[in-house]
Design a protein around this ligand. Structure first.
Ligand code: SF4
Length: 282
């Protein structure tokens, strides 16, 4: 998505004569990379300039070639519908400057305890009836260390919902190796842990945990055999280079994440980013 928004702007800025001359070009970076991807499969040795050149592609060229790669790997008639439920909202000790769930900011959000089994399973049942095949549970925690009772409860939720025939995803903050293994044993399909932005811009957004700690959690998830869901947020005041940097980190992981959620900042009053406007770069 971030490539697309960037490319729309670039396309709109082109005078007609330039657009016409581009259309007569023999090929494009996106075309070359799409063809290679279909021929050779995913690669993990991307350089930043290579990613930047794809990022700068005209939007329709990018869509066309991305669709080719997508069709090569997936049934183009299918999308997966997932339902996300916040099972423990607010009261988080972290300082992510975009997040109204941090206890450090006065956003008017009342912290809640972990939802009980009946409420969670009822929500999962409704999600299934509404057509979702995956149920995601999110908890506003730094990590689950020292939360044995709650963690065990969540393991039960995972087992129960898997038993309903759905895929299950969790996002519970940082994970230790052992916890990842326990989630895998309970049947967890995927774990979400976003990198948010580039390594360089990250300290402007979060100071209470490091980029490397985030990568460590992704490693534990991957090693446990759980699918990785990891992406970021655009509109945090980052430069285009930071968006490229985030993509570069994700694209050079030993195994690519199965899901890459790209969110747009929803500026919430009371957070440090309350006045941040969505811009195409800094
Ligand atoms: S760790 Fe998650 S819940 Fe906590 S402040 Fe950061 S984004 Fe919000």
């Amino acid at each position: 998505m971030m490539w697309i928004t960037r490319s729309i702007r670039r396309s709109l800025m082109l005078p007609h004569s330039h657009a016409a001359s581009y259309s007569t070009a023999l090929t494009s970076v996106a075309a070359v990379e799409a063809e290679r991807s279909i021929r050779e499969g995913p690669r993990n040795d991307w350089s930043r300039p290579e990613i930047k050149s794809i990022y700068d592609s005209p939007v329709l060229d990018l869509l066309f070639h991305a669709a080719q790669v997508h069709r090569h790997a997936h049934n183009f008639r299918e999308v997966q519908q997932c339902t996300l439920l916040s099972i423990k909202t607010g009261g988080c000790s972290e300082d992510c400057s975009y997040c109204p769930q941090s206890s450090r900011y006065n956003t008017g959000l009342k912290a809640q305890k972990l939802m009980n089994s009946d409420a969670v399973l009822e929500a999962a049942k409704k999600a299934k009836e509404a057509g979702s095949t995956r149920f995601c549970m999110g908890a506003a925690w730094r990590d689950t260390i020292g939360r044995k009772t709650n963690f065990n409860q969540i393991l039960e939720y995972v087992k129960e919902i898997r038993g309903m025939g759905m895929e299950v995803c969790c996002t519970l903050g940082m994970l230790e190796k052992q916890q990842a293994l326990e989630l895998k044993k309970a049947g967890l399909t995927a774990y979400n842990h976003n990198l948010d932005t580039s390594r360089e811009y990250y300290p402007n957004i979060i100071t209470t945990r490091t980029y490397d700690e985030r990568l460590q959690t992704l490693e534990h998830v991957r090693e446990a055999g759980i699918n990785v869901c990891s992406g970021g947020i655009i509109g945090l005041g980052e430069a285009e280079e930071d968006r490229v940097g985030l993509l570069h980190t994700l694209a050079t992981l030993p195994t690519h994440p199965e899901s890459v959620p790209i969110n747009a900042l929803l500026a919430v009053k009371g957070t440090p980013l309350e006045d941040q406007k969505l811009r195409y770069g800094r």
